[in-house]
Every structure is written in C-alpha cells, then in structure tokens.
Design a binder for this molecule. Structure first.
Ligand code: ATP
Length: 424
C-alpha cells in the first residue's frame, strides 16, 4: 500500500516513487508544503460540491413549489362553482337583452348568437347564448367559464358571469363597443380608421395577451383559435383576445399534444395542427403570424377561397418580402402614412411566426422583444408552408355563416377529423 507521503506526491503530480526520496529537513518541509497544497485542493473541491448541491436543492425546491401551485390551481378549476364567477339569473339577462331581441343581436359564431345588453345598473354586457345547433357544446361552455375566470390581463376579454338555467347556457362578458378587429380590417369603408399607430398598438396588445397565456399566467394556456374575429376592441381600440372555448391548459412541462382531432379556423391553423392534430404554443404563434400579416395587408388569409392559380395571403407576403416589394403588400387604406421601420419589423416577425417548422418559430416572449426593440438583428425567415389550399370537405363542415354585417367570414370548426390538404 502507498504511504500518505506517496499519496501527497501523486496528488501534486510528482513522479512515481521510483525517483529517489528527499531526506532530512528538506523532506519534512517538502512534505508540509505538499500536504498544504492537497488540503487547499480538497477544500476547493468541497466548496464546489457544496455549492452544486445547494444550487440543485434550490432548483428542485422551486420546481416542486411551482408545480404544486399549478396543480392546486388545476384542482381548483375542476369543480365549477358559483364562487369561481358570478352566477347570473336568467330573468335579469332576459331583461338586459330585451328578451334576446333581434335589434340587440351583435353577431353569431360557432357557439351561438351574441347579444348586447344593459344591466339595471347601466353597465353594458355582451351575452353569448349557446345554441342548440351549435357545433360547440357544453364542454366548450364549461371550458370557457373555468378557464377565463382564472385569467386576468388587460389584453384578454373579461367574463363577468354565466348562467345555466333550464335549457339555456349563457356567458356574460364585458361589452366592447368597437366589436371585433375583422369588422374593421376587412371592411373597405372602415379599414381607414385603423391608422398605422392603431394597427401597431393592436399588434403589440395581441402579442402581450398571448404571451400572458403562454408564459406569464400560472396556467400555461394554448388558445387554439386566435383570429381577427376573436380580437375585440374597446372604446380606445385596445385589443382583447376572446373565445376560450377551445383553449387548452398544459399541465407540467408538456409542450406538444396530439389530439387526433382538428379544431380552429382554416387559414389560421398551423400545418402540423391541420395535418396531424399536433398543437403546442407554437401553433398559436403561427396563428399570431397570420393575424399580424392580415393586419399589415388588410386582407384575409382565407385559404378556403382560393382557386387553382391563387395564392394565400401568406404566400403573397413571402413573395413581396423576397422580391423586396413589401410596400406593395401593405393595406392601401394606410396610404404612405406609416413608419416603414416599424412596419418592416412587423412584416419580418410575421414571416418568422408562419414558418413551416414549429421549432423555427419564435416564442411569444421573443416575438414581443423583436417587435419592440429597434436595433435587434432578426434571423432570416424560412419559406412559409405551401399547402394551405383545401380541396374538398363535407358541406356540413364548411365553416362559414352569414353574419349580421352581411359579410361572409370563416368560423371555428370543432372536432373535424378528416382534413384534405393539397400540397403545392
Ligand atoms: N364582448 C363582446 N363585445 C362586443 N361584441 C362582441 C363581444 N363578443 C362577441 N361580440 C360580437 O359577436 C360576434 C360573434 O362573436 P363570436 O365570438 O361568437 O364568434 P366569432 O368569433 O365570429 O366566430 P367563432 O365562434 O367561430 O370564433 C363577433 O364578431 C363580435 O362582433
């Protein structure tokens, strides 16, 4: 067995014991010196080990704490009780909406008709009435009540109460006088009201709302149906994301789910969602990119309207970008009155969001950072997907309905499992 002195020597990198050993005082001094060095090394190793263990313990403790909070929130979401959100009585909603009169009807979506109402105190409300013919149902109703009651952000619409009495299922929201973004954006007589400053702040507001859903709320939420008609505008044209009927909470760190079913709105759905039913926060990022490009171009992406020779708006945007003709893509309603620097940055970010590969799409925190910083270098976007033109699908699934403004617009679909997508 090696002597302690030999160990010291080895530790200090001294040659093997075959070399002649020093003798006398010299040997003792050398021995002391090397044992001090060895001690120093051991102390440093010990400090590093303690530091790593401490760091690991703190990380585990924080991870457990965060998950416990998330789990307890998820637990509290399960039972739908009146303590979560005010339960409103049917009679007062009837009175507020003048018995759901035609004059008070604001529009109709996949859930059912929406009515404006005024409560006895004078506050205005918007009431969504689940229709018997609705393609959405009790599950979406419950989802909306349970989910949105737990989320609060200035860029999310506020649910004030709900009612499930007799055969009625009603959701009561704050009333947003300027209604939805699509009513301005795609209406030739109204689009001029959306000047560049307004459009830019709408883009930033939607990005902030989505970032809150994905990363900043305690629950990680994927909206799954972000589109222009699901962005409502308040009296100062500030945007609020609405319609959480199809939203999903992610438990733990799960980032991708394969549902085997397709929900959402054609034209806004990410390719991996349409083709495989796989969704993640990155499918919302894709929808955000489509919406951003629609806000710049003032047109719908509306893949369903396309003829053989036509391109989607996203493909148009890509073409303009690569040919350095971005100005030609911009909504003519803007004229020349817009900041080119801001607009090109938005254009660039929009194209990054609609990239085919979800991995390449930025997260919403990066999106917001890219949008607000004026000196950040952005990566070059890859070509967007080329297969958004739908060939056929059963008439019952056609996601269109006539709206009160007598325009046709795409509506959400739910539980469509057969999707025929034609590659280009
Ligand atoms: N809180 C609200 N305040 C004012 N108007 C609203 C409000 N909520 C909805 N609306 C109006 O009612 C219309 C229908 O809304 P809804 O969310 O039911 O359908 P949608 O978004 O058009 O379609 P889908 O259900 O497919 O998402 C909207 O276009 C909007 O004009």
């Amino acid at each position: 067995m090696a002597s302690p002195r030999a160990w010291h020597r080895r530790l200090m990198g001294a040659p093997a014991s075959s070399s002649p050993a020093p003798s006398g005082d010299g040997e003792a001094a050398a021995g002391r010196g090397s044992s001090q060095e060895a001690m120093k090394i051991m102390v440093s190793v010990l400090v590093v080990v303690i530091f790593c263990t401490l760091f690991y313990c703190i990380y585990c403790w924080r991870w457990r704490k965060r998950n416990a909070v998330r789990r307890s929130l998820l637990q509290s979401l399960r039972p739908m009780s009146s303590s979560d959100l005010p339960l409103m009585d049917l009679a007062s909603i009837h009175a507020a909406t003048d018995n759901f009169s035609k004059a008070n009807k604001l529009g109709e979506g996949g859930f059912g008709p929406v009515y404006r109402g005024v409560l006895t105190g004078g506050s205005e409300i918007a009431v969504k009435r689940l229709s018997a013919r609705s393609r959405q149902g009790a599950a979406e109703f419950r989802n909306e009540v349970e989910l949105i009651a737990k989320l609060q952000h200035r860029n999310l619409v506020r649910l004030l109460g709900w009612c499930a009495e007799r055969d009625e299922k009603l959701l009561v929201y704050e009333y947003l006088p300027n209604r939805s973004l699509d009513a301005f954006l795609f209406d030739a007589s109204k689009s001029a009201q959306l000047d560049w400053k307004t459009r830019h702040s709408i883009i930033l507001g939607i990005a902030r709302g989505l970032l809150y859903l994905h990363e900043d709320s305690l629950l990680k939420v994927v909206h799954r149906d972000l589109k222009a008609s699901n962005v409502l505008l308040d009296n100062k044209m500030r945007p609020k994301i609405s319609d959480f009927g199809m939203a999903k909470i992610f438990e733990d760190e799960c980032i991708e789910v394969n549902t085997g079913r397709v929900v959402g709105t054609y034209g806004y759905m990410a390719p991996e969602f349409v083709m495989e039913g796989v969704f993640s926060v990155k499918s919302d990022v894709f929808s955000f990119g489509v919406l951003l490009i629609e806000i710049l171009g003032g047109k719908r992406n509306g893949a369903l309207y396309l003829e053989e020779h036509e391109q989607t708006l996203i493909q148009d945007a890509w073409k303009s970008w690569t040919e350095e003709k971005a100005a030609e893509f911009m909504d003519p309603a803007l004229g020349r009155a817009y900041s080119k620097e801001e607009a090109w940055r938005c254009f660039h970010v929009g194209l990054l969001c609609v990239q085919d590969d979800p991995e390449l799409r930025p997260t919403m925190s990066s999106v917001l950072l890219m949008l607000i910083s004026d000196h950040m270098n952005l990566p070059a976007p890859a070509r967007p997907p080329m297969f958004t033109r739908l060939r056929t699908f059963p008439a019952a699934m056609i996601p269109f309905s006539t709206k009160t403004e007598s325009t046709f617009s795409p509506q959400s679909i739910n539980d469509v499992s057969i999707t025929v997508v034609e590659p280009r």
